[in-house]
Design a protein around this ligand. Structure first.
Ligand SMILES: Cc1cc2nc3c(=O)[nH]c(=O)nc-3n(C[C@H](O)[C@H](O)[C@H](O)COP(=O)(O)O)c2cc1C
Length: 388
């Protein structure tokens, strides 16, 4: 059985939880390092007030002892700090007041209306509680565990924002370390300070207009060995798996690998990464337009994936909708919502990529404990050295 996880929990429920199975034993893991990732998700210029209320903290319920994974399922929990104020609304038992407080106004751009019909509810809260992007907090916690595994093999996952609305980052450094350093300091996770200023102005403008903004972020995975994923079956292709995982983040509407959509308008000679050989270097490429994968298999180059996020659908400036009971039109507006959440989405994207790479990594090298995984990985590294 490979690496897998399942999450549960509603936005205003008691807690978000996840159970991860398949992480080898003997990996160092602390709740604090998961909390650091959770804090990174909560930052970002353009976010709403809820981010100021929550300070997410993880509780490791199982699977870790004395600072190391023990090989059993790892259960993680993020408690809702505001639960006292929500326990009546989220009550487990039937509540007479429910019909009075129910939500009957579906928001455009959300799962509200389709979810209500699909699950045959009469209160939109039953949909939006789980469809909310709050669920991504627990994904980030899962991603932090996967990062702890990948760190043992010097694999790093980096994210940065490259576009907000129509403002594109201009001077992105070539060195991933520089990108990382700049992005970690930036309130927008942008690696170019001049572009960041323009992006912030764009968000301020959207705020004034009562509107929202989307954008694009990039994820780089550095140090990924050759041979993760496979071309032999559709569901083993790592490019497809990464795309699925990133597309599953709420509001992500496009994913591209390497040159992606741009490659469609170019000649083949402008798209493919030619192969060269030099004795001191072995096989190498001068470009990485494929984004680190060919045929759904990693080729040893950095993995480069970009994801496009649509503007947040809940606007201060109302959008038109229709009440499900009265069938009367109304203007859907909101008191508290994000204006732009692309920086947070980029951190969530890191977690999605970390999970998929960790899964593919363990498929290739396996092991019940870190020593076995390291042995199999080392054997492959030795083979590669001889081949090159
Ligand atoms: C980090 C993050 C924060 C979000 N914050 C909000 C928000 O404050 N208000 C909102 O209406 N949508 C927000 N969204 C987007 C919605 O969750 C998403 O658009 C909605 O669930 C519908 O899913 P879809 O856009 O994938 O179709 C956020 C998404 C992410 C990833």
């Amino acid at each position: 059985m490979g690496l897998r996880y399942l999450s549960a929990g509603e936005s205003h429920g008691k807690a978000l939880t996840a159970i991860i199975e398949g992480i080898p034993s003997l990996i160092k893991l602390k709740a604090e390092e998961i909390d650091e990732e959770l804090a990174r998700r909560q930052k970002g210029y353009g976010r709403g007030k809820r981010m100021q209320i929550e300070k997410d903290r993880v509780k490791i319920i199982s699977g870790v002892r004395l600072g190391k994974t023990i090989g059993s399922p790892i259960c993680l929990m993020i408690e809702n700090k505001d639960w006292d104020n929500w326990q009546n609304i989220m009550s487990l038992v039937p509540d007479a007041a429910k019909m009075e407080n129910r939500m009957t106004r579906p928001r455009p751009g959300h799962a509200d209306l389709a979810g209500l019909i699909k699950y045959r509810h009469d209160d939109l809260r039953d949909i939006l509680e789980r469809a909310s992007a709050r669920e991504t907090a627990i994904r980030v916690a899962v991603g932090a565990v996967c990062k702890a595994l990948l760190r043992e093999f010097d694999i790093r996952i980096i994210s940065h924002v490259i576009q907000i609305g129509d403002v594109r980052a201009e001077n992105i450094p070539d060195d991933p370390n520089k990108i990382w350093k700049n992005a970690e300091k930036s309130p927008l996770r942008c690696s170019d300070i001049n572009s960041e200023i323009k992006m912030m102005a764009k968000i301020d403008k959207a705020r004034q207009l009562g509107d929202s903004l989307g954008g694009i972020f990039e994820i780089l995975a550095i140090g990924v060995p050759v041979g993760l994923g496979s071309y032999v079956s559709y569901d083993r292709r790592l490019d497809g798996r990464l795309a699925q995982s990133l597309m599953s983040i709420p509001a992500i509407k496009g994913v591209q690998i390497g040159m992606g959509f741009d490659s469609a308008s170019k000649y083949g000679s402008q798209v493919h990464d030619e192969i060269f050989y030099q004795e001191d270097k072995g096989f190498y490429r001068k470009t990485n337009r494929a984004g680190g994968m060919e045929g759904g298999v990693t080729n040893g180059q950095p993995i480069c994936v970009q994801a496009a996020m649509k503007p947040i659908p809940t606007l201060y400036k109302p959008l038109k909708s229709v009440d499900i009971v009265t069938k009367k039109p109304f203007d859907a507006s909101v008191e508290r919502s994000d204006i732009c959440a692309v920086p947070a989405a980029s951190v969530i994207g890191e977690s999605c990529v970390a999970f998929e790479i960790a899964r593919a990594f363990l498929e290739r090298y396996g092991g019940d404990n870190l020593e076995q995984t390291k042995k199999a990985w080392q054997e492959d590294q030795d083979y590669l050295k001889a081949f090159y």
